[in-house]
Design a protein around this ligand. Structure first.
Ligand SMILES: [Zn+2]
Length: 281
């Protein structure tokens, strides 16, 4: 992927190097309790808030990434910027405004409005705070799954942005609201459709980013398809359990993920990504 020297998104929170201990001191519940106590004692809250802010800054300021990590950082922040440009235009054409998500880059563990997550969780999107969370070491996991390459990582970012788009369009909420009236199996099937649509949106992003910025290099699409293939539920389950349990699928099979990414890439049209009203997943 061509990303060198291109615009990076400014919607990025660099929380690398903040260990769990610092998370508790710097912000979150610890910080909130400190502020409440201070107010009860009649103090000036800004003194405490500044203190908390400084702890956070010094924590990330001391983090020294390797050259490879810094490359990946550039890759994901440029990819995020590309998704902003592409989705802004698509939303504008539909007469609405794209509200850009933030991306939190972390190491080891992170606190989100959806709870605390560890790197092993993999990249995720939290609808409650509209942020994408990613630990760059996920790149090594992709490599271990035999899905290496910069565009594999870009696809993962674009997939998470896809979940943000679903949130903005009210699709995630519709799925959530049906949760109570469905059996676990039925709900799983619905969330597979949600995941496959995020893959479609990732493909759609690649289509438009190529149009706008000519980002693709030889082998890039294969890298994304390969990643979609490697992180399908059937593959992941086979790796972890040695057999496949279709009812527990929440992301779709490898073949389905590849198919919907490719479909989005070839079509480039939002309307053709309705994974909920198709019998042909
Ligand atoms: Zn997903």
């Amino acid at each position: 992927m061509r990303y060198k020297g291109r615009r990076s998104s400014s919607n990025v929170e660099d929380r690398r190097g903040m260990s769990r201990g610092k998370l508790a001191v710097g912000g979150g519940i610890g910080g909130a309790i400190m502020i409440v106590l201070y107010l009860l004692l009649g103090g000036d809250p800004s003194a405490v808030i500044d203190q908390a802010g400084q702890d956070q800054n010094s924590a990330s300021g001391t983090y020294e990434p390797t050259a490879e990590e810094q490359e990946l950082y550039e890759l994901v922040t440029v990819t995020l910027a590309d998704t902003e440009d592409v989705w802004q235009e698509i939303f504008r054409e539909r007469g609405s405004t794209y509200e850009e998500p933030n991306m939190v880059v972390f190491t080891d563990a992170v606190q989100s409005a959806c709870g605390t997550a560890e790197s092993a969780t993999g990249p995720f999107y939290c609808p409650a705070d509209r942020k994408i969370y990613i630990d760059l070491s996920f790149y090594n996991q992709l490599r271990q799954l035999e899905a290496p390459g910069d565009f594999a990582m870009a696809y993962v970012v674009a997939h998470e942005v896809g979940h943000h788009v679903q949130n903005l369009l009210g699709i995630s909420e519709q799925v959530q609201s049906q949760r109570r009236s469905l059996s676990e199996q039925e709900y799983n099937q619905l969330s597979v459709r949600l995941e496959l649509q995020a893959d479609y949106f990732a493909g759609l992003w690649a289509h438009h980013a190529q149009d706008k910025f000519n980002i693709l290099q030889e082998g890039d699409i294969e890298e994304a398809l390969n990643a979609a293939n490697a992180i399908g539920d059937d593959r992941l389950q086979r790796r972890s359990q040695g057999y496949v349990v279709p009812d527990a699928f929440t992301h779709g099979t490898s073949a389905q993920r590849v198919r919907w990414f490719r479909k989005g890439f070839e079509s480039g049209k939002l309307e053709e990504g309705d994974t909920f009203n198709t019998t042909n997943l």
